[in-house]
Design a protein around this ligand. Structure first.
Ligand code: ADP
Ligand code: AMP
Length: 216
């Protein structure tokens, strides 16, 4: 199964992807997680991405497209894309690579949440730098404050989850990323819209219902 999970930052893509990959045995390909790993490893790519990520802007398309197509090729047709494609050139780049490989995405899910809800979700988010799990200080607190439930150690607040960067990320989303859904619609692809302003488990069950129907 090849899936794309769209939606603004903070919509719950990472949270839902963790559940989707467990249930359907897929690889979670999060462009944000891959970039953060490159940064932590001090690679050339990580250094290139740094200033864009810290300001809430987007890393240049040529860097991202190469990085993600490489990751997709390794995932052997079983993956969920999270945070990619995020611009029209990225969507076109992905389309071209899939066409050349004779492959097609099985479903495009779009998580819908309004901006004021997102601001609270992002500023309250705490992440595990080791395993990538995400928590929320109110909505999804860890069992022990500040510690990952998996025993990895301390949770951190991402620098780009501070309020001024969050506002910039939302602006970037509306200016550059929202149009990606329109790109797929114009190509005649159906979009599965999911109301993501609900309890985390309710969102998961709505997504599983859709994906089970596709598998049948
Ligand atoms: P994204 O990957 O889309 O940026 P995340 O999955 O990291 O979003 O979620 C952002 C924050 O919102 C996290 O702190 C997460 O715990 C919380 N969250 C995710 N889904 C929900 C939901 N349905 N209701 C409330 N909080 C949520
Ligand atoms: P995320 O973890 O998806 O919230 O992404 C964190 C940051 O990484 C974004 O604010 C961007 O700076 C960068 N990033 C992640 N994915 C992409 C992408 N597909 N295109 C450009 N920049 C990206």
């Amino acid at each position: 199964m090849r899936l794309i999970l769209c939606g603004p930052p903070g919509a719950g893509k990472g949270t839902q992807c963790k559940r989707i990959v467990d249930k359907y045995a897929l690889t979670h390909l999060s462009s944000g997680d891959i970039l953060r790993a490159e940064r932590a490893g001090g690679t050339e790519l990580g250094r290139k991405a740094q200033s864009y990520m810290d300001s809430g802007g987007l890393v240049p398309d040529d860097v991202i497209i190469g990085m993600m197509i490489g990751a997709i090729q390794k995932a052997a047709g079983r993956y969920v894309l999270d945070g990619f494609p995020r611009t029209l050139p990225q969507a076109e780049g992905l389309d071209k690579a899939l066409q050349e490989a004779g492959e097609k995405v099985d479903a495009i899910l779009n998580l819908l949440v309004d901006d004021p809800v997102i601001e609270n979700r992002l500023t309250g988010r705490r992440s595990c730098p080791q395993c990538g799990r995400v928590y929320h200080i109110e909505n999804l607190p860890p069992k022990v404050e500040g510690q990952c439930d998996q025993g990895c150690g301390r949770l951190v607040q991402r620098d780009d989850d501070k309020p001024d960067v969050v506002r910039n990320r939302l602006k970037t989303y509306h200016e550059q990323t929202e149009a990606v859904v329109g790109f797929y619609k114009a190509k005649g692809r159906s979009i599965i819209n999911v109301d993501a302003d609900r309890d985390i488990d309710e969102v998961t069950s709505a997504i599983f219902d859709e994906l089970d129907a596709i598998k049948r």
